[in-house]
Design a binder for this molecule. Structure first.
Ligand SMILES: Cc1cc2nc3c(=O)[nH]c(=O)nc-3n(C[C@H](O)[C@H](O)[C@H](O)COP(=O)(O)OP(=O)(O)OC[C@H]3O[C@@H](n4cnc5c(N)ncnc54)[C@H](O)[C@@H]3O)c2cc1C
Length: 456
């Protein structure tokens, strides 16, 4: 049984998983959440992206299973869909449609964000009961600052969101910032005299729009049409619980999708993919269309030497956000939770823990960062991006060629999926068989039409 007190700021997915990773390693965990959790899975204001399509990639699923065995099955029992790409996911990239066959390497999960978070939260709280760690959840409570000094964070200042708006201090041996993309930790650290982290930004200027539908006759396959230079608009169509499907539309700046539901079908028609358009015409809309605009890749380098004071750790979106079209953030939350658990397994809270954990958490997000930034560079303007170095330019050339071949070549495709589903590091793309096929074979093209029937 561990000692010490950890305060986790933000009870979204990353905060819940961080609390789960701390179980058994500290005496108490206080989870501070600005919202009140709904009684049943439902959208809440603190997770504004929660109305949009959220697919959970296999790399995240594996990390989640390692943290909490059987949780993937629990999600499916609650109504989530289990998808095995490329058989169950039709993907169109810049080079055409991917082949569709049973590969047996990856399992992804599709459901509403509300169901996902509620299922994970229930499991973590159930584990807490057995762990010996006391977990206190402070709902409707907002973190408003940090305690301590430039070298050491010693707690959090919080304010109740009810009428009294009472403030109090929560001393802690470790503060985990899991407050998401709107994290105010850089300002809070500056108030303590600590340096703000260096930020890297690559913004493709993607706008999002999502609407829920109920198909009379559902497809047996998910569809993903990625924005590409000649048509910088995309769509994703995936099932969620309760017989509904989510349609998410995306477009780079100047090509943003509408946020009026009456214009959604027109945008889909403009993609020039009749299979999706005709199918959607037969589906009943069951929600308004919701927009989302802040989609940049943004990394705060808390992992740099001296980047965090002792006692402070930032995880997931609070440290690094990704362009959501690649569907990586939740998987990175799970990988970060696992990285935190492994660091704690190495000797619990100890001097130097925060810096070591911050480096481990940053490594957990490296693959997602490299793939998202590599793919977004062509769309980012000089004002929206830190300029690429020579290594990044070479990487972009290689990955572009590899991605084209991956659509039709099972050897290259397997490596590409391993990395983009965050189940293997980018070095997997450099294995001899993959590199030779990528560089020596002619640049490939994908299929001209979506393979509506899978290969047997
Ligand atoms: C449009 C869109 C679509 C996406 N689609 C996908 C996808 O398909 N697949 C995928 O893996 N990822 C996707 N993502 C990314 C994913 O949503 C995030 O990576 C993920 O939610 C990160 O979890 P988090 O816990 O760090 O942050 P959040 O889920 O945002 O949770 C932050 C929590 O902190 C609380 N909070 C904030 N400030 C305070 C405070 N001061 N005090 C107390 N509590 C506070 C909030 O109320 C909230 O509960 C998408 C993102 C967007 C924007």
């Amino acid at each position: 049984m561990g000692t010490g007190h950890a305060v986790v700021v933000g009870g979204g997915l990353a905060g819940t998983l961080a609390a789960g990773a701390l179980l058994g390693h500290v005496e108490t965990v206080t989870l501070v959440e600005r919202d009140r959790y709904p009684e049943r899975p439902a959208f809440r204001k603190g997770v504004p992206q929660g109305r949009h399509l959220h697919v959970f990639l296999s790399g995240g699923r594996r990390a989640l299973e390692e943290l909490f065995p059987g949780l993937g099955d629990e999600l499916e029992a609650a109504g989530a869909h289990r998808l095995e790409p490329p058989r169950d996911v039709l993907t169109k990239s810049a080079n055409g449609w991917q082949r569709r066959f049973h590969e047996g390497r990856h399992t992804t999960t599709s459901c509403t964000r509300a169901l996902f978070d509620a299922t994970v939260r229930a499991r973590v709280l159930a584990e807490a009961e057995k762990s010996g760690t006391r977990v206190e959840v402070l709902q409707a409570t907002e973190a408003i600052g940090l305690l301590g000094g430039a070298d050491r964070v010693t707690g959090v200042r919080v304010r109740a969101r009810d009428a009294g708006r009472a403030e109090r201090e929560l001393p802690a041996d470790l503060v985990v910032d899991a407050s998401g993309r709107g994290s105010r930790a850089p300002r809070w650290l500056a108030e303590l005299g600590a340096p703000a982290p260096r930020e890297e930004v690559v913004d493709a200027g993607i706008g999002y729009c999502t609407q829920m539908f109920r198909p009379a006759e559902p497809l047996d396959v998910v569809m993903v049409i990625q924005p590409r230079p000649d048509c910088p608009r995309g769509a994703a169509w995936s099932p969620v619980e309760g017989g509904n499907w989510l349609l998410t539309l995306s477009g780079v700046r100047g090509q943003h999708p509408p946020t009026e539901s009456t214009e959604v079908l027109g945008f889909v028609e403009s993609l020039g993919e009749p299979a999706l358009y005709e199918h959607l015409r037969s589906c009943e809309p069951v929600s308004p269309a919701y927009g989302f605009r802040d989609t940049s890749n943004r990394r705060r380098h808390y992992d740099a030497p001296g980047g965090v004071p002792e006692g402070f750790l930032a995880v997931s979106d609070a440290a690094c956000t990704f362009n959501p079209v690649y569907g990586q953030g939740m998987a990175v939350a799970a990988l970060s939770g696992l990285a935190l658990r492994r660091c704690l397994d190495d000797g619990g809270l100890r001097p130097g823990f925060a810096a070591a954990a911050q480096r481990a958490v940053a490594r957990a997000g490296d693959t997602a960062w490299l793939t998202a930034v590599g793919a977004d560079r062509p769309y980012a303007t000089a004002e929206d991006a830190t300029p690429p170095g020579a290594a990044e330019r070479l990487r972009s050339w290689y990955v572009g060629r590899l991605a084209a071949r991956a659509a039709i070549d099972p050897v290259v495709g397997a490596a590409f999926r391993d990395v983009t589903y965050l189940a293997a590091p980018p070095s997997r793309l450099l294995s001899p068989a993959v590199a030779l096929r990528t560089v020596l074979l002619p640049k490939a093209r994908g299929l001209a039409a979506p393979p509506l029937r899978g290969e047997s």
